[in-house]
Write a protein that binds this ligand. Sequence first.
Ligand code: AMP
Ligand code: MG
Length: 414
Amino acid sequence: MLSTADALATLLAAARPLTDAAHGSATETLSTFDALNRVLAAEVVSPLDVPPMHTSAMDGYAVRVADLAQGSRRLPVSQRVPAGHAPQPLAAGTAARIFTGATVPPGADAVVMQEQTEAADGEVTILHAPKAGEWITAQGADIKNGAVILPVGTRLTPAALGLAASVGCATLTVVRRVKVAVFFTGDELTMPGEPLKPGAIYNSNRFTLTGLLRNLGCEVTDYGIVPDRLDVTRATLREAAAKHDLILTSGGVSVGEEDHVRPAVEAEGHINMWQIAMKPGKPLAFGAVRRPQDANQAAADEAFFIGLPGNPVSSFVTFLLFVRPFLLRLSGATHVSPRALSLRADFSQAKADRRNEFLRARVNPAGGLDLFANQSSAVLTSTVWGDGLIDNPPNHAISAGETVRFIPFTELLY
Ligand code: AMP
Ligand code: MG
């Protein structure tokens, strides 16, 4: 059996970023507004200082510190500076009425907040001896002209888009979306909305997996349910390979099962069947499907193939741990590994498993972790109840109070 770390390392080593020459034209330039969740293909360099001038951080009065060295003093108000207006230089021995975000007049070297002043009849009494720079945000305090504010490989969060916009960046060059084809094997599968015949179950993986792919910004083609037949499976693989970077399937990769995924991928490309020492999960298939020669001259000659187990929790967890980082690597993202937290287990689990367990757990109000009672790989309830996975190493029993490695779903679902 393969360790989770070795399986992940093998997958990541195989994932050629789309920006590699083999994939052809892989970048596009988008309006900054449309670039949410995409990966930057060209760094963003600031063409200006932010803020572009010294600004006031308070509503109050801009002053010269030297005028107030003796403490409290009454000064004539020589100008009024709202945000968005250019001030005059500040005459010595005067104060300027100023507002948050407004440009500090040349010559002024501090702002006194209005709560520490008393204004009357065109004059202001300053009740406080400010230090130089007080309540002034210096030009370039956030960003210096010429600084790289977003490097290549950054995933564009709302905050990253705001940062790009703050330097006036109206367009961004990003990696194109990863194109993923997905289908679901199993004669027992039925779509919600249709009656359930005896022995049938609903195709929940279709919703979980396409949702996860969309969260990651992939372009998804959903081929739906593919019956347990070799010819149909092969035809679907061929069609999907021509137009996609990755073909993802669920079901039919368990050992000893009479399934058609393995022979179909073998006939159309190549496949490795992995037994990973993990729970849930275990079977995972990784390979590639050949593309028709004339499909796209500039594209790679194979589409990647990943076959996930059919059990709903297994396919969910193996997607999070293996497919997500694989897709992020394809899309050129720098950070592909989820960040884990060290948290206290508020439960005990006496029985050690020889596999690496990924336990559905959630954070309780005391900051510790509670465990979902039923950890079966068929019990999808655990994935909604939980807010992350405990990564429990092989052969390790958990005692209450012990610190465990917890990967929040916020690090895995996007
Ligand atoms: P398999 O990996 O094909 O042996 O399937 C393992 C288990 O997962 C079986 O109980 C299947 O019925 C179930 N399963 C397979 N595919 C799906 C699916 N798309 N949605 C929900 N359950 C599934
Ligand atoms: Mg099956």
